[in-house]
Structures are given as C-alpha cells and as structure tokens.
Write a protein that binds this ligand. Structure first.
Ligand code: 5AD
Ligand code: SF4
Length: 458
C-alpha cells in the first residue's frame, strides 16, 4: 500500500485501526466494510486497542443502555489518548453508527476528545474525513448521502474475506419505513433502500469465491427488499434467494430481520422449495396483545401473526422460530403481558430476544401516557425470559439423537475440537479430525448443553 509522504502523520509502520462494534449484525457488517475502506487508506486492523492509532466505536442507539455504554467507553479511551499525547504520540477517536447519526455534534460537546463522528450512511467517506481530521478539524459527517455508499466502498478483497471465515453477512437492504412507535431505526438509518440485484449477486459471488459457504442477508426490514431482476421484472426477497442459491459454493442462506407484514407468498415458497434456505426464521412480534400491537403501530394482530406462522410451517415443517419481545411498553397492563406469555406458549420459540421498553427521544412511544414502572418491567422481563429459556432448552434437548447437516466453522475452545453450525444456528461440537473448516457434513447429535450440541459424524 502506498503511503502519502506529505502527510505529517506518515509513518514507517502501517497505521492501525481498532473497531469496537455494538448492537446488531448490520453493525458487524458495517465495521468490516469500514475496515475495508480504511485498508485502502493504509490502515491495518488490530484487535488490541493499545496498539491502535485510530479507535472507532461503531455504536447502537436502539436502547438507552446501548448509547450510555458508548459514553462510558469514550471516557476510558480519552485517558488513553491523553497518555499517548503526553508521550508525543497520537490517538484519533471516532464514533460511527447509530449514536453518531442520532447525536451528531452533541457527541463532541459531551466528549471533546472525539475527533470524528460519522453516520451509517457516510462511512465510505472515512478516508476523506481522516484527511480533514489530520488538518486539525473536528469532523461531523451525518448528512444522508445522495450517493450510494456501497458503490463507493472498495470491493471486498479475497484475502480480507478469507480471514473472516466460512460464514458471512451481506447487507441487502437498509433503513425502515414502518415507524413502529418504540423504534429509532427509521430516524437513525433513514428510509428503506434496497441494494440492486447485480450489486448483491456480485458481492455474494466474491464471498463464495473466497470460501464462504453460508451467507446471511441483512436488512433492518430485510423482507421488504425489492429490486429489478435481469429480466426487468420486479423481484422480492424470495426471488433473490433463488438467484443466490445458484452461486457455486454457496450452500446455505439465511436472512434477518423480517417484519410479519412483508412475508409474501414468494418468500414462503422459498422456504418450501429452496433447500439452501435454512429452516430458521427470526420474525419479531414484540407483543401478544392486540391493544399493544396497535399502540406500537405494528399493523397486524396476534391472530394475523399466528396464521402467518401456520402458513410458514405448512411450507417447511421443521422451521424453528426466533423473535424479539418488548415488555413494559406504555399502557401495557398485566393482562396485556399475559397475552404475550400466551403467544409465546402457542408459538414455542427456539430462541428469542426480550427487552424492557426503553423510551427513545423523538419516537412517538416516548411521548405516550402510561409509562410502566421499572420494577414492573423487571418482573415481567424475568417471567418472560424464564419461559423463553425453558423453550430454548427444550428445543436444544429435542436435537439429541437427530441427524443433521453441519457447516464446520472454526476450531473449538477445547483442544481437539472443531465447532460447526446447525441449520438452526446452534454451535455443534465435533472431534477436530472428522472434517475441515468449510466442510458440510452429516452428524448425529449425542448430547446437548443450553445452546450447543455435541455430535458424531455419520
Ligand atoms: N425499547 C426496547 N426494545 C426495543 N427494540 C427496539 N426499540 C426498542 C426500545 N425502544 C427491540 C425490538 C426490536 C429489537 C431489535 O430491539 O424488539 O425488534
Ligand atoms: Fe424498528 Fe419497526 Fe422498522 Fe423494525 S420494523 S426497524 S422495529 S420501525
């Protein structure tokens, strides 16, 4: 990589960037792409924050705790920066992601040691931002770009992908137009944008070429993805999945996160007809109470959701469900909460995430009457998590004695082991000698932990 000798910061050794990722899988993907963008600028990634010349916190704003964690982390890094500068060195600090988008220059006001603030739609401009920072500017870059950041990011290099392993994320859609009343996403990630078919296919081909066997398509509202197929017809996610399954080497596909309103017939048909599409679906419902679903602006009832699941299960009988739940949304009574428990019992989830409602500034929910007291939220969350935990354990135990395909992913924590991935996203622990990383093998489950499975090859 060529260095620019005119820059005062040019050094003999490559500059190092440390990226810390908070929040969802899309942030994991974005962090990788930011690292790629910076690689073109001479930065190499480091896992050790002490070695870094640049620290980026790729942040999440979905719940209050997530944002507060960022400020406390910034306090710690500020001390590192002060120490570095007292020794004549330099440490740049950047905040990216959804807190950057939501708070903008407020971050630099609250944490003056921060040098740059870059939103999720503008990180392809990082190299340019750094040039400006080196000129002594504090840069806040949160204007939504008119240009498509994906077009401006460097293409994924084979070496970079190979380092990341045999499973990968691929963002196909960003933003959300649903405006659930609790959610900041439509404000931080903006309105829905779908990447074009050709761009997605090219990226998936590059992943497959570098040895990736399983791709998870990402979007805040991934099943709202739509695009123009090569024949000029309108494609939905179902059609896209069929196209991606044709790529040699790509054996497994997943997608997340979906909205019940956007599960169309084509997508359900893909679950029926496409073997590469894994039988595991994250389909958040948030609440089992129709009154609360309405207040959340989810635009469906609990009966709609259950009917939809029936159709999906009719298409693919071994599909396992995952979901998200919020307890203590404004106005939620004990009876509403019990409707949520009832829904959970009816569906039976293989795994699920559950959260206490956290009012987000600027969202309609924050302005609503009837906020639920913290101890009540705590108590409901405990009850819900106890039930979901039981279901998860029962699901894991039900695997014992079954045979299934497993994608061997990485070395295990214990010597002599490798860890694979089941069709239902469970870690599967096997003897290291049975297969190579990237192999997909049939195994028989012999034992189970809370989430992980132990298996022998068949
Ligand atoms: N409070 C609590 N949980 C929230 N989520 C989104 N916004 C909030 C909020 N304000 C949860 C939802 C969503 C998941 C990603 O985070 O369950 O599906
Ligand atoms: Fe947020 Fe609702 Fe959009 Fe999901 S569908 S990102 S919860 S607004």
């Amino acid at each position: 990589m060529e260095q620019t000798p005119t820059l005062p910061t040019a050094r003999a050794t490559p500059k190092k960037v440390f990226v810390k990722t908070y929040g969802c899988q899309m942030n994991v993907y974005d962090s990788q792409r930011m690292t790629d963008a910076l690689a073109a600028d001479g930065y190499v990634a480091t896992e050790a924050i002490e070695d870094a010349d640049l620290v980026l916190l790729n942040t999440c704003h979905i719940r209050e705790k997530a944002a507060e964690k960022v400020y406390s982390e910034l306090g710690r890094i500020r001390d590192m920066k002060a120490e570095r500068e007292s020794n004549g060195g330099e440490l740049l600090i950047g905040v990216t992601g959804c807190v950057a988008q939501a708070e903008g220059s407020e971050i630099i006001r609250r944490a003056p040691s921060v040098d740059l603030v870059v939103g999720p739609q503008t990180y392809h401009r990082l190299p340019d931002v750094l040039t400006r920072v080196h000129r002594g500017e504090k840069v806040v870059e949160t204007e939504y770009a008119i240009e498509d950041k994906f077009e401006h990011l460097p293409k994924l290099s084979r070496a970079a992908v190979a380092k990341r392993g045999v499973t990968a994320f691929l963002t196909v859609q960003e933003g959300c137009d649903k405006f659930c009343t609790f959610c900041v996403v439509p404000y931080t990630r903006g309105s829905e944008v779908s990447r074009p078919v050709a761009q997605i296919v090219a990226e998936a081909e590059r992943l497959a070429d570098a040895g990736v066997r399983e791709v998870t398509l990402l979007g805040q509202n991934v099943n709202a993805w739509h695009g123009e197929g090569p024949d000029g017809s309108e494609w939905g996610l179902g059609r896209l999945l069929f196209r991606l399954a044709e790529i040699p080497g790509l054996a497994r596909l997943r997608y997340t996160t979906s909205h019940p309103r956007d599960m169309d017939d084509d997508l359900i048909a893909a679950h029926r007809d496409l073997g590469a599409l894994m039988p595991y679906l994250h389909l958040p419902v948030q609440s089992g109470s129709d009154r609360i679903l309405k207040a959340m602006n989810r635009r469906h009832t609990s009966a709609d959701y259950l009917r939809l699941l029936e159709r999906i299960r009719a298409a693919r009988s071994d599909i396992a469900m995952s979901g998200d739940f919020i307890v203590g949304f404004p106005g939620e009574t004990e009876a509403d909460f019990e409707d949520t428990l009832k829904m959970v019992r009816e569906v039976s989830y293989a795994s699920a995430f559950s959260f206490k409602y956290s009012p987000r500034p600027g969202t309609p929910g924050a302005e609503m009457d009837g906020h639920v007291a913290e101890p009540v939220k705590d108590e409901r969350l405990q009850r819900l998590q106890a039930l979901l935990g039981e279901q998860q354990q029962a699901f894991t135990n039900s695997m014992i004695g079954r045979t299934m395909s497993t994608l061997i992913e990485k070395p295990g924590r214990q010597p002599g082991q490798k860890v694979g991935r089941s069709p239902w996203l469970q870690p599967v622990i096997v003897d290291e000698k049975v297969a190579e990383i990237g192999d997909i093998i049939e195994v028989r489950i012999t034992n189970a932990g809370f989430n992980s499975l132990f298996a022998d090859p068949v």
